[in-house]
Design a protein around this ligand. Structure first.
Ligand SMILES: *Cc1c(COP(=O)(O)O)cnc(C)c1O
Length: 375
């Protein structure tokens, strides 16, 4: 009988870190600082170190981490923010929250990250049209790999736009040894449990080297707090990370680099041994992915997924329908280069089991299942 393997094995990680996690959680329960306990500041310091940033702060989730800098920059109705369509909803939804307009930009067909030429053309069209004011770009480190930051940041700077690295899936990824923040104004992180650095609930963080921005975001995430208690400098929101999550994440962050390395070993083996007709992922030259997902392409997705399921191999589709083709987003503009790569990828992509605790036997099971598929 074939054994069912895990897509992401959080239980194995829990077992591996059990004693340390239990101790960290019990300490918070015993000390009772459930909100803004000392673990939150320690986690912020460790994230800064890990991500090579000057400033960092935690917040309630990876979506808030995206909206907070936009709020801090005063993004508002009449502004344009350039986003991919082949991404999770968060990347785009935060823009209309502020009354601004998301402009959808196509992806590179090999890396699934924002296409620089398509971005350039989209910005130029908005400038020429004159009705919206270009303000910011949100690049996504989709599936864990760094976007083409040297080019995207050059284009953003040339047009005076802010650049956010949506690194919800990609925190820990590097390009030529640098983290995305080396090029971006802000890098954002999600601690959603299934992300590479996942907590046991919701959480997020943002990193920046911009002190003024950092200070405004600190106030915004605490109801717009001023210097004196119950005096407000601006209209803010409540976006905190629980002390319990911070304590859990500190344990997980302490082994995170090892886990990224282990994920890369799984990816290397997949790349070397997947021999059938599927297209295996390509990482940008000089890039190291966190492999939030290992995503292949096939023209026969449903048949392949059924074939895998029969062999105990789960799979998932990220993302079946690009945002610009979904009704809530259908009226927002797309760049003049169109969405050909996005629309070509969506019906073909399928993600395979990927996690740091994956045994050699499980990897073999996935590889054999794929390689025995003849369509
Ligand atoms: C998960 C994710 C987010 C949002 O993170 P949450 O913590 O779930 O709010 C944002 N962008 C991308 C690309 C994501 O994958």
């Amino acid at each position: 009988m074939t054994q069912q393997i895990a897509f992401i094995d959080l239980a194995a990680q829990r077992q591996r870190l059990k004693d340390r996690l239990d101790e960290a959680v019990m300490k918070v329960l015993d000390e009772g600082h459930y909100i803004n306990g000392p673990e939150v500041a320690v986690l912020e310091a460790e994230l800064i170190k890990f991500g090579h940033a000057e400033y960092g702060q935690c917040c309630a989730n990876g979506t808030d981490a995206l909206v907070l800098p936009l709020m801090a920059w005063g993004v508002r109705p009449g502004d344009a923010v350039f986003v991919p369509s082949f991404t999770f909803a968060s990347t785009a939804e935060v823009v209309p929250w502020l009354g601004a307009t998301p402009i959808f930009v196509d992806i590179d067909p090999d890396t699934y990250t924002m296409d620089a030429e398509a971005l350039s053309a989209a910005i130029e069209q908005v400038v020429q049209d004159g009705r919206l004011k270009p303000r910011a770009v949100i690049a996504v480190d989709l599936f864990g790999q760094p976007a083409d930051y040297p080019t995207l940041s050059e284009i953003s700077k040339r047009h005076g736009l802010k650049l956010i690295a949506d690194s919800a899936q990609g925190f820990g990824c590097t390009l030529s040894g640098h983290h995305p923040l080396h090029w971006a104004d802000v890098a954002t992180i999600s601690f959603y449990p299934a992300k590479p650095l996942g907590g046991y609930g919701d959480g997020g963080a943002l990193l920046t080297n911009d002190k003024a921005l950092h200070n405004v975001i600190r106030s915004l995430r605490d109801h717009g707090a001023g210097k004196v208690r119950y005096e407000y400098d601006r209209i803010g929101m409540n976006s905190r990370l629980d002390t319990l999550q911070a304590a859990i994440l500190l344990v997980k962050l302490s082994v995170f680099q090892e886990e990224i390395d282990l994920r890369n070993r799984v990816a290397d083996r997949y790349a070397a041994e997947l021999t059938s007709e599927v297209k295996t992922p390509k990482v940008i030259e000089g890039g190291i992915s966190t492999w939030a997902q290992y995503t292949i392409e096939t023209d026969q997705r449903e048949a392949l997924r059924a074939h895998l399921a029969e062999r105990g191999v789960p799979s998932a589709v990220y993302y079946p329908i690009p945002l610009h083709l979904q009704s809530p987003y259908a009226d927002f503009p797309i760049g003049p280069k169109g969405m050909a790569a996005t629309e070509a990828a969506a019906p073909k992509v399928v993600s395979l089991p990927m996690h740091p605790d994956m045994s050699q036997a499980d990897q073999t099971q996935v590889i054999k299942a794929i390689n025995s598929f003849n369509g």
